[in-house]
Design a protein around this ligand. Structure first.
Ligand SMILES: O=C(O)CCC(=O)C(=O)O
Ligand SMILES: [Fe+2]
Length: 388
């Protein structure tokens, strides 16, 4: 599998007009862009520390995590297989565990946290702040690059001072394939009371080849910042042809000697919707190393499995636990997603392209937009499908 040709940009470049232009072109063409990590916006030590805190949190006793189970406010812990990002094509939920942090007030979380991680509460808040400031820089550059009047148009809608937002800092942990059993919300089969994981019936708790770490999806918010670790590949994007998956290397060419892998930024559905589809919200997924393939969601291309143990990126092979950290940035909840005052956006006739679920154009708020998407991914939570 060929690696995706996602541009790498350097936000510290002297010519900010050029930086804004490159950011906008990448957002239109790919929906993804790498930010060269010079340690300027988010110090390398802060990223290392965030991954340390994430490990500590996921290693906390199960009971502590369960006491923080994710709520309709989208905060808290979601267990293995709980979230299903591509419900139409997945037989079970995603093979991942996640913990969502909503806003902090005076460095205090406004949600229960596992006691194990409580000493780190102010540091998690500080990392979220770094992400917040970087996201504002990006919304300002996007405004400038799209020649929105005023250029602060997007940024104003993302200021904390405007009110609460759906913004989430999310720690993610993906177990290695070998360690897995499936947790479903279906009742146990009475005829299958043994503990043999090698049985071959429908209740086989071992993941199957089509199972994924995170199903094909696009992100919900305006922008996502993604932090990954060297040697932990698995992320793939769906190319414009709608059927070819392309690997997104953690360390793309030209960044090998940087102090940390670049921060990966992608445009979410909300910003794509807001810009009438001009900025691209690209479908992506996370695969198990040995399950890499090039078939589309729903699978129509035969064969073409990825090589043993990798997802096609030279030197990036991973058989262990995979960690990532995402910052999903949203405007304040009441922000009205009305017409963007930019000739470039207004002049874009592509409209909301096929594949975008929002056929009908009306002004909705950021909160309404988020709720629409959450309901699809957490069926148990919103439709009372939990058996217990
Ligand atoms: O873990 C990754 O590399 C990506 C995660 C992701 O796409 C998401 O959580 O929305
Ligand atoms: Fe995503």
């Amino acid at each position: 599998m060929a690696a995706a040709k996602i541009p790498v940009i350097d936000l510290s470049g002297e010519d900010q007009t050029q930086v804004a232009k490159e950011l906008v072109e990448a957002a239109i063409e790919h929906g993804f862009v790498y930010l060269k990590n010079t340690g300027q916006d988010i110090p390398v030590e802060a990223i290392d520390e965030a991954f340390e805190m994430s490990k500590k949190l996921f290693d906390a006793p199960l009971s502590e995590k369960q006491a923080c189970t994710i709520q309709k406010n989208n905060r808290g812990w979601s267990a293995m297989n709980y979230e299903t990002l591509d419900p139409a094509n997945q037989r079970v939920g995603d093979f991942k565990e996640a913990f969502n942090f909503g806003e902090f007030l005076s460095h205090k979380a406004q949600q229960p946290l596992p006691p194990t991680i409580l000493p780190s509460e102010p540091r998690i808040s500080a990392f979220r702040d770094l992400c917040y400031h970087l996201s504002l820089k990006l919304t300002t550059l996007l405004g400038a690059g799209l020649q929105v009047t005023p250029p602060s148009f997007f940024t104003t809608a993302h200021l904390r001072s405007q009110g609460p937002s759906g913004t989430i800092l999310r720690f993610l942990r993906y177990p290695p394939r070998a360690a897995l059993t499936i947790t479903t919300t279906e009742p146990a089969d009475n005829n299958n009371n043994n503990n043999n994981n090698n049985n071959n019936n429908n209740n086989d708790p071992q993941p199957q080849s089509e199972d994924v770490r995170a199903g094909a999806h696009s992100d919900y918010g305006s922008l996502t910042l993604l932090f990954r670790l060297r040697g932990q590949p698995g992320l793939e994007i769906l190319l414009r042809d709608g059927k070819t998956w392309s690997a997104v290397p953690v360390v793309p060419p030209g960044t090998e000697n940087d102090p940390a892998p670049p921060v990966l930024v992608n445009i979410g559905d909300l910003l794509s919707y807001w810009t009438n589809g001009l900025l691209r919200s690209t479908v992506h997924r996370v695969v198990f190393p040995s399950a890499a393939s090039s078939h589309a969601p729903g699978g129509d291309e035969a064969g073409n499995k990825g090589g043993e143990g990798g997802n096609g990126v030279q030197g990036e092979v991973d058989h262990g636990t995979r960690y990532s950290i995402a910052y999903f940035c949203h405007p304040f909840g009441g922000a009205e997603l009305g017409p963007v005052p930019s000739e470039r956006v207004k002049g874009y006739k592509g409209g909301l392209a096929e594949g975008n679920p929002y056929a009908e154009r009306r002004v909705m708020t950021a909160d309404e937009h988020l709720m629409m998407r959450l309901k699809a991914s957490y069926a148990q939570l919103y439709e009372g499908k939990d058996k217990e």
